[in-house]
Design a protein around this ligand. Structure first.
Ligand code: C2E
Ligand code: MG
Ligand code: MG
Length: 755
């Protein structure tokens, strides 16, 4: 039958959480029954008693078991006298919890109190406390057994000594017995192992002239060494001796009542009733406790047991470290960050100083991760963190919030401290990262909120820094932004977009508009670009730039992209059937879709379903950091090209690809980004770039399309430079399906008439 941990709390939610956390950790070894009222608890206790289980620990909300005299704890005490208790208190209750003085001790529960925990508790703290309490319980049981063995041994006069020694030596814990005069009467092999000096490899080293085995065989010789080792821990030695001084012993009536309790209980604070710990100069950490050695009603000495917790403490330290640090990068994680931020806020309030919270998000990191693989993504994150840490200053803490999001808190902020930190971060990223042979460039967007003006709580500061971050993303990423009050409304709108996007497809709120491209040599429309539109019933028209990024983040981009593809191909086929049979349909593809393994199959299925020949479809792929990985991208592009469709490099010139790079990949079309075209009349260097792209396009037989041509003057200039294909408001805005049909039919008329 498994031992039992009993949970009592009248707050259902807390009780549920408690039981759940215990189950995860200890469910394999313990029964964990629970009750939410005293009545239930009493019934449960009756059942446990009938079943004859071993109740080791009771974890109870103080609200349920206080005040003293409560029948639940009395019942536990009388039925399971060995059980320990952990009391859950609210913060205020803990502050006034008894500290062992006579007056407040009367409110202590009768069950052996191991520790108080304040609500809400930290899970790691709870589990460690519970495990420590269970070990304490176990040690208590061991001591009972030792005592039992010793008493038996005592009774069996002649054989008693060797039996006692054998019993003691068989235990893993170190056992030390002192008589009333403070003389060592017994010790075991384990005790010698624990207290003797250690070699570098952690082995116990016997004193010179002794072999490890010979130590025990010659107790007389060993004794002075042991005494010396014990005295090397003066604090412990003092305690050992203090227990032997006449008067420090309890009088015998008290001893009888306290049976197995440590005689020092009355002077220990209630959260460490018996178990104490010490770290020896040989590096071992021990937990120890003592009890009186009785023969009949008389005290004959004191028995101490020592348990080696070195390994456990090491692993606890490791667990604590892991619970507060990010596994990949080794910096603080979200929990530690929250902790530090809370402390810094308290400090800022007391000192009337300022602090700032920064939310740092890697721009388009998901694209890198998805296209180059997680191992490169992980490496990049590590290098990124190292570089940021180099520019962190005293009083700044960088933490990984999760995924590609990082947070930073800056204490003792100078007036423009946050701005300076943001600039330091941005400029640290100017140089590209070298990861597994790839040159990768990352940018970040940074949102900043400051205490006290933008918020007083950690939660509010984080939320507002996040809102500011979204603003940076909306403004084109790669920058920083301080929180401004109007962002609150914007943030809510963005949240609304995210939740509505999931339903937009089902509710038919999406449609495609079509923007024609003009061939200036023939005056014909040769291509039409499909552009996504979202008409939200409450939020109105939402531009693709507002929601494509959201769709990329939440994965909706995949069904969305497939819908666009199908709808555009269906429209292209419909136009063909109307006689508009010389038109290529251009469809925008998110770089994320490129990482979809079955993309070629999906496209093939769409073409088959809509009966459109592949040559009438051109996919536009936006230049992005992901495209830097030439090998991966080339395979995908080759397999798409093998289907017989066209490929266009969209927004050419805005990303990272060089002219030679564009030449190496199988793009049929380069779409010159509008930002070059817009200022062409005034910006000389834009002109130089555009002319170079046109020349290269010509040489490589790539079709070059200028986007964003808004005026006749621009059209004339581009045409004079030999740019044959134009797209822009000057010729036509994106049009609804009906309007586009009409536009295309009228465009065709002169040709039809001429024919
Ligand atoms: P894009 O592919 O570069 O599309 C061209 C954008 O420029 C369109 O904006 C178009 O309306 C706009 N535009 C066209 N002519 C002019 C002009 O003369 N002047 C100015 N100022 N702008 C002009 P839109 O429709 O807002 O789309 C923005 C971006 O959203 C697109 O840029 C494309 O990257 C993305 N997008 C649109 N539809 C889809 C889609 O179905 N799937 C994906 N993945 N992305 C899409
Ligand atoms: Mg496009
Ligand atoms: Mg474009």
């Amino acid at each position: 039958m498994r031992p039992v941990i009993l949970c009592l709390d009248d707050e259902e939610q807390a009780l549920h959480l408690l039981v759940q956390q215990l189950h995860r950790e200890l469910g394999d070894h313990y029964e964990i029954p629970f009750a939410s009222s005293s009545v239930e608890a009493l019934e449960l206790l009756k059942i446990l008693q009938t079943e004859g289980v071993e109740l080791q620990l009771i974890i109870a909300a103080q609200t349920l078991v206080a005040p003293r005299g409560n029948t639940v704890l009395d019942e536990v005490h009388s039925t399971f006298p060995q059980a320990l208790s952990i009391l859950l208190t609210a913060q205020e209750q803990a502050a006034i919890a008894p500290r062992g003085n006579a007056k407040s001790a009367s409110s202590l529960p009768p069950v052996e109190l191991y520790r108080y925990l304040t609500k809400p508790w930290d899970e790691t703290d709870l589990l460690m406390t519970v495990q420590a309490a269970l070990r304490c319980y176990q040690q208590q049981q061991d001591l009972l057994q030792h005592e039992h063995a010793m008493l038996q041994a005592h009774d069996q006069s002649s054989s008693s000594h060797s039996l006692l020694e054998a019993t003691l030596d068989a235990t893993a814990d170190g056992i030390l017995a002192l008589d009333r005069a403070g003389q060592i009467t017994h010790f075991n092999q384990a005790l010698l192992q624990l207290f003797s000096p250690q070699s570098d490899s952690g082995e116990a080293m016997p004193p010179a002239g002794h072999s490890a085995g010979s130590l025990l065989n010659n107790r007389e010789q060993t004794l002075p060494h042991l005494k010396q080792w014990l005295q090397n821990a003066p604090e412990l030695w003092e305690q050992l001796m203090a227990q032997t001084i006449a008067g420090a012993w309890h009088d015998e009536t008290t001893v009888q009542n306290q049976s197995w309790q440590d005689s020092s209980l009355t002077i220990s604070p209630p959260h460490h009733p018996r178990l104490r710990s010490i770290t020896l100069s040989n590096g071992r950490s021990l937990e120890y406790q003592s009890q009186l050695q009785m023969v009949g009603d008389a005290i004959v000495g004191q028995v101490w047991s020592f348990h080696d917790v070195t390994e456990r403490q090491r692993s606890e330290a490791l667990i604590r470290y892991q619970a507060h640090h990010d596994f990949l990068t080794g910096i603080a994680n979200r929990f530690k960050f929250n902790d530090v931020l809370d402390n810094m806020l308290v400090q800022a309030e007391t000192e009337s100083s300022q602090l700032a919270v920064l939310f740092i998000d890697l721009d388009r990191f998901k694209v890198i991760n998805d296209s180059l693989g997680h191992s490169i993504g992980d490496e990049l994150l590590k290098s990124f963190v190292q570089r940021l840490q180099r520019v962190c200053r005293h009083g700044e803490l960088l933490a990984r919030w999760g995924g590609d999001e990082f947070t930073m808190v800056i204490s003792n902020l100078s007036p423009d401290g946050a701005t300076q930190a943001a600039r330091r971060i941005l400029s640290a990223l100017h140089r590209p990262f070298e990861v597994q042979g790839h040159q990768l460039r990352i940018n970040v967007s940074i949102g900043i909120a400051q205490y006290p003006q933008d918020g007083k709580s950690a939660e509010q500061l984080l939320k507002r820094a996040d809102m500011a971050l979204y603003q940076v993303k909306e403004d084109g990423r790669n920058g920083y932004q301080h929180y401004l009050p109007h962002l609150d409304q914007k943030g809510q709108a963005l949240f609304a977009i995210e939740s509505a996007l999931h339903k937009a497809l089902e509710r038919n709120e999406l449609s495609l508009h079509y923007q024609p491209q003009l061939d200036t040599e023939t005056g014909e429309v040769t291509h039409v670009e499909a552009l996504l539109r979202w008409q939200h019933p409450q939020l109105g028209t939402i531009a693709p730039e507002q929601f494509i990024a959201v769709a990329e983040q939440n994965g909706v981009i995949f069904p969305l992209g497939e819908w666009v593809l199908t709808e555009a191909c269906r429209q292209a086929k419909a136009w063909q059937r109307m006689g508009l049979d010389n038109l290529v349909m251009c469809v925008n593809l998110s770089p994320l879709q490129l990482s979809q393994a079955d993309l070629p199959t999906v496209i093939q299925q769409v073409l088959a379903a809509t009966e459109l020949e592949p040559r009438w479809l051109e996919l536009e792929i936006t230049e992005s950091a992901a495209l830097r990985n030439e090998h991966v991208i080339r395979d995908v592009l080759n397999s798409l090209q093998a289907l017989g469709l066209g490929l266009a490099l969209d927004d050419f010139g805005t990303g990272y690809s060089s002219l030679s790079y564009a030449k190496q990949l199988p793009f049929d079309t380069l779409k010159l980004d509008q930002s070059f075209v817009r200022d062409l009349m005034t910006n000389h260097s834009d002109g130089v770039i555009v002319q170079a792209v046109l020349a290269m396009g010509k040489g490589l037989q790539r079709r070059v399309v200028a986007e964003g041509v808004e005026t006749e003057a621009l059209r004339d200039l581009l045409k004079s430079w030999g740019c044959r294909y134009l797209q822009g408001y000057w010729f036509s805005c994106p049009l609804s399906a009906e309007a586009a049909t009409e536009f295309l039919l009228t465009q065709q008329q002169p040709l039809v008439q001429a024919a």
